[in-house]
Design a protein around this ligand. Structure first.
Ligand SMILES: Nc1ncnc2c1ncn2[C@@H]1O[C@H](COP(=O)(O)OP(=O)(O)OP(=O)(O)O)[C@@H](O)[C@H]1O
Length: 256
């Protein structure tokens, strides 16, 4: 259970911040999706929360700003384009997710191995457990990266474009797994997502970033309007709704 609070967060890579003055609150077990066009600053904001880029303002976890080492036990971060140790097997790579829980020089316990096996099964990776990472397809690599983070069993997950490269079935299965984790264990999820329909189905709150600044925030149905998608993505869309009221964003062909 981790509550996240951002207060006036600005972050970037040089003198000029690329994300400016973002404030937000995510309650324990909440799902907060950061959306916005390419280059808006979504990944940078996620890195700022993870403590991976210099940042001004405050990032509080349960009302505190924990030191970096402590953060590794509380938050799991999956980057958008991780560099993979290609010679490792899927199992050995996912076992790395257990490292923050091991004592100095300690080896993985039977519990660690069983958590890894369970995670591989849930992400449909058991059949690939012994394969070297370099032999996997793009989507299989992506699921392996997510498996490492889920095996960390942290109460806060920061996931940068977790569905990238996944087919619709595997993407749905992953999002359902995350949804279950937050409902059963109170895991808090913060993710960037380009797929606005998926974002609207699973997240409680959306934060729309554009040019490093908050353009809108709130419930998916409030944020995702055709006018906003035109203004911030230069996209022509129709926004339909499911029976439960979740928006479905359908890009439509512009008249030629
Ligand atoms: N390591 C870096 N050094 C300098 N500038 C960077 C670096 N990484 C990203 N940027 C710049 O910061 C801005 C925000 O990038 P960021 O990756 O956060 O955007 P994003 O919203 O995640 O984009 P996308 O949807 O394309 O993944 C962009 O202008 C990008 O060029």
């Amino acid at each position: 259970m981790t509550e996240l609070r951002l207060r006036n967060v600005s972050a970037g890579y040089g003198a000029k911040p690329v994300v400016r003055d973002v404030s937000a609150e995510v309650s324990s077990g909440g799902w907060f999706a950061i959306v916005g066009p390419n280059g808006a600053g979504k990944s940078t904001l996620l890195k700022a929360i993870a403590g991976l880029v210099p940042c001004q303002g405050t990032v509080e976890l349960d009302g505190k700003t924990p030191p970096r080492k402590e953060k590794a036990r509380v938050l799991g971060y999956a980057p958008q384009n991780p560099v993979l140790p290609e010679g490792l097997t899927v199992t050995d790579y996912v076992l790395l997710g257990r490292t923050p829980h091991l004592g100095l020089l300690a080896r993985e316990s039977a519990t660690d191995v069983s958590i890894v096996e369970d995670t591989l099964e849930r992400l449909d990776l058991s059949a690939l457990a012994g394969r070297k990472l370099r032999t996997l397809s793009g989507g299989e690599q992506q699921r392996t990266v997510l498996a490492r983070v889920l095996a960390q069993r942290t109460s806060l997950l920061l996931l940068d474009e977790p569905t990238t490269g996944l087919d619709v079935g595997h993407a749905q299965a992953l999002l359902e797994r995350l949804d279950l984790l937050r409902r059963e264990d109170g895991t808090t999820v913060v993710s960037t997502l380009h797929d606005l329909t998926f974002a609207a189905q699973y997240a409680d709150e959306l934060l729309l970033l554009d040019g490093g600044e908050v353009a809108a925030s709130g419930k998916p149905a409030e944020v995702l309007t055709p006018q906003r998608l035109r203004d911030h993505y230069a996209a022509e869309t129709e926004v339909l709704h499911t029976r439960e009221g979740h928006p479905v964003v359908a890009p439509i062909r512009r008249p030629t």
